[in-house]
Design a protein around this ligand. Structure first.
Ligand code: PGA
Length: 265
């Protein structure tokens, strides 16, 4: 269950991160929301060195550049929603991690369940994409999570444990990688697991990270994603081993997203 010292891992407090995923939403006009977010961040005197959260928005690729300009000088950063494993080449319609970096992005989401289902992405491909993010100097945000069927069959922990083992690059560190636990059935539905269920999943992932990475696994941040809203953010962010949130719908509105950032405390 939620505990007040939940953010302390082995005596260290990893900086919380609130990341927004605009998905295939957002036109240039939505940069107004990003501008409001910057105004909010500067009003609340958040500085890069303060204990406040790291703030990231991953817009559609066409907006990474413009959004990076809007965020320049603020603590907010941008990222991509996906990347190809290769640096360049004959891959029509794809975008490389290097291109995201070049557009001003600092992060890249890989293995989101919508990519895994819409584009039949395997754990192996997700790992290659995460490695591409590292090659380009980006922080790779690796998503994983169970389906409703998995949960009903009591397979949640085994499914996410397997995804972790297969999707995590051997060179992953707490600096270049973030995990996002996103139960598929909670994404965009308004449904969330109970606080206890979230804690169980995050503890399971933490144990897996420690097994695979050793001590560095204690510091690698694990975000929760799936229907995070202003009214449930505080209780979710207080859960042991929850080091931030990956936010879809509520990241499109600066007022909602700001409230979620505020919930970090
Ligand atoms: P949601 O999406 O917050 O709209 O549920 C989360 C996500 O897909 O990352």
């Amino acid at each position: 269950m939620a505990s007040s010292n939940s953010r302390v891992i082995n005596g260290k407090t990893p900086r919380m991160i609130i990341a927004g995923n605009w998905k295939m939403n957002g036109l240039k006009s939505d940069l107004a929301q990003a501008k409001s977010l910057v105004r909010y961040l500067s009003r609340s005197h958040r500085s890069a060195s303060a204990s406040s959260a790291e703030v990231v928005i991953c817009p559609p690729a066409t907006l990474i550049s413009a959004l990076s300009e809007v965020f320049a000088g603020s603590v907010a950063k941008t990222g991509g929603q996906d990347c190809h494993p290769k640096e360049s080449g004959a891959h029509t319609g794809d975008i490389s991690a290097e291109m995201i970096k070049n557009a001003g992005g600092r992060y890249v989401i890989v293995g989101h369940s919508e990519r895994r289902s819409d584009h039949a992405e395997s754990d192996k491909l997700v790992r290659a994409k995460a490695e591409a993010g590292h090659r380009a100097g980006l922080v790779s945000i690796i998503c994983l999570g169970e389906s409703l069927k998995d949960r009903k069959q009591g397979k949640t922990l085994s499914v996410i444990g397997r995804q972790l083992k297969k999707s995590l690059p051997a060179m992953a560190t707490a600096k270049n990688t973030i995990l996002a636990y996103e139960p598929i059935w909670a994404i965009g539905t308004g449904l969330t697991p109970t606080l206890k269920e979230i804690e169980q999943a995050h503890n399971h992932l933490r144990r897996g990270l420690l097994r695979i990475l050793g001590p560095d696994g204690a510091k690698l941040r694990i975000l929760y994603g799936g229907s995070v809203k202003p009214d449930n953010a505080a209780e979710i962010l207080a859960i042991h081993n929850v080091n931030g949130a990956l936010v879809g719908g509520a990241s499109m509105k600066a007022t909602d997203f700001s409230k979620i950032i505020d919930a970090v405390g």
